[in-house]
Design a protein around this ligand. Structure first.
Ligand SMILES: Cc1cc2nc3c(=O)[nH]c(=O)nc-3n(C[C@H](O)[C@H](O)[C@H](O)COP(=O)(O)OP(=O)(O)OC[C@H]3O[C@@H](n4cnc5c(N)ncnc54)[C@H](O)[C@@H]3O)c2cc1C
Length: 439
């Protein structure tokens, strides 16, 4: 059931207020604008959340994990939408968001790592994901910069990457160019409701109320606190801190593929961007190395142990990284949920939509999330396969609900098995500053 945007009254109201101008909020705002809605995005620092740290891997295959079939279906739906999304964004703004479709290599450092990799490849085969094992000779032919110690490798041709910083900048431009739309650098401190309980706007830190027919909360890991004042809805987001490094590689380090690796059980990745076309750094590539995963708040502080561990494991895969300049260390927090799935769509409270909790895959899922939220705002229908993939992301699944059972609007929905598989914090929620997860 969709809740349509209702024209708002009074004040220079817009159709939609989006709280949070991260990659998800900006994608929602842009798609809403493309659907003819007027939108204001409120964010004190647009683009400076988790997306600022993200490597930008679009990796439904190499992210696939045991017992996470629903996430896999959603991630595949997300990946399918990226080429069209990037092309449309380029048409709208002229910006190249750095979508690279060169595929992904996964490298096993020792024989134990290879045993794990082969188990994962069997999982991929069960789901027909198109990955396969490579001989070490073939892996080196594919990526000559791989290091000398290599027990085995695998190839995932469908896993790609994009530049999240460039994407956020382009999305912001696209929103700002849309008629009746704006990005306002203000933090939201509360939601406005009318006597019927409908959410009618958002209050910023200066006390100004931004009225709208609908409010979309897309404030990353901080979404839960914002929605806490609406007791009918539970949005259990928490921060999972991650650190990435950015290297400036000169023209000689011609790394072409995303290289993921297991180094004595520790996941690490190396993500190259296209070489800079001109200027003082012509021919240089940015290379992102990541990522730590820590059950810690977003304190924006890099740790010596985190940086050390990332560099140690990355240079085991690609020794040539030693020559690159370390230009940036970026700590930010992923918006995580108890079952590692996002919350997307209309809530049971009129006027309130959510788009958050994307954890390690918010870049991958931004386009499909935008489609889903805008379908809810406009009352349009998604293709059946996309709608089915989004069922596990329903925003009411954590309850409690205030509505009596007889009034429940979501009759067709079922409880996904992921709740049984993963009742608490998932296996990726390691408390460690070592790179315990790949994103
Ligand atoms: C180290 C690291 C590596 C990652 N790598 C990948 C990857 O390779 N691929 C991938 O798909 N994903 C990756 N991710 C995950 C991805 O970055 C996130 O899932 C994604 O950024 C979530 O988008 P978002 O817009 O919901 O949140 P964010 O990007 O965090 O944006 C939230 C925004 O909300 C704003 N905000 C917060 N509170 C308020 C408020 N009260 N009022 C107004 N605005 C507010 C913030 O300022 C921020 O701009 C990575 C994340 C990290 C940390």
């Amino acid at each position: 059931m969709h809740r349509h945007v209702r024209p708002s009254s009074g004040d220079p109201a817009r159709d939609v207020v989006v709280v949070g101008g991260g990659i998800v909020g900006l994608a929602v705002a842009w798609h809403a604008a493309a659907a003819g809605l007027t939108v204001v995005v409120l964010d004190p620092a647009p683009g400076d959340g988790a997306a600022h740290a993200a490597a930008g891997m679009l990796a439904p295959v190499t992210e696939a994990d045991f017992g996470e079939e629903e996430a896999l279906r959603l991630h595949l739906a997300g990946a399918a939408r990226w080429p069209g999304f990037a092309a449309a964004l380029q048409d709208a703004t002229g910006a190249d968001v750095g979508l690279r479709d060169a595929g992904t290599l996964t490298v096993a450092y020792d024989t134990d790592d290879l045993a794990v990799l082969r188990r994962v490849l069997r999982l991929h085969a069960e789901h027909g994901l198109g990955s396969h094992e490579l001989t070490t000779a073939d892996a080196r032919r594919c990526e000559p910069l791989l290091g000398p110690r290599l027990a085995g490798a695998a190839w995932a041709p469908g896993d790609h990457a994009v530049d999240p910083r460039a994407t956020c900048a382009a999305l912001r431009r696209a929103v700002e160019r849309s008629p009746g739309c704006a990005v306002v650098p203000r933090a939201v401190v509360g939601l406005e409701r009318d006597a019927s309980g409908r959410v009618t706007g958002a209050r910023d830190g200066s006390g100004r109320v931004h009225r709208a027919g609908a409010v979309v909360v897309a404030a990353g890991w901080e979404s839960g606190a914002l929605v806490a004042e609406v007791p009918e809805v539970r949005v259990p987001t928490r921060p999972v801190k991650g650190q990435t490094l950015r290297l400036d590689a000169g023209p000689d380090l011609g790394l072409e593929h995303v290289v993921r690796g297991l180094v004595q059980g520790r996941p690490v990745y190396v993500v190259p961007r296209d070489p800079v076309p001109d200027g003082a750094r012509a021919g240089h590539r940015e290379i992102v190395v990541g990522a730590t995963s820590e059950e810690n708040p977003d304190d924006r502080r890099a740790t010596a142990g985190g940086v050390f561990a990332l560099l140690r494991d990355a240079r085991a895969l690609v020794p040539g990284l030693d020559e690159a300049a370390l230009v940036d260390v970026t700590p930010r927090a992923r918006p995580a949920t108890p079952d590692n799935l996002p919350l997307v769509g209309a809530t049971d409270v009129a006027g309130l939509h959510v788009a958050t909790g994307h954890g390690r895959n918010g870049v991958l899922l931004a386009p499909v999330t935008a489609d889903a939220v805008v379908a809810g705002l406009t009352g349009t229908t998604l293709p059946d396969d996309v709608a089915a993939a989004l069922v596990p992301a329903r925003p009411d699944r954590f309850g409690p609900r205030a509505l009596p059972p007889a009034a429940e609007p979501r009759v067709a929905r079922h409880d996904g098995p992921h709740l049984a598989h993963n009742p608490g914090f998932g296996p990726r929620a390691a408390t460690s500053t070592t790179p315990a997860t790949p994103r």
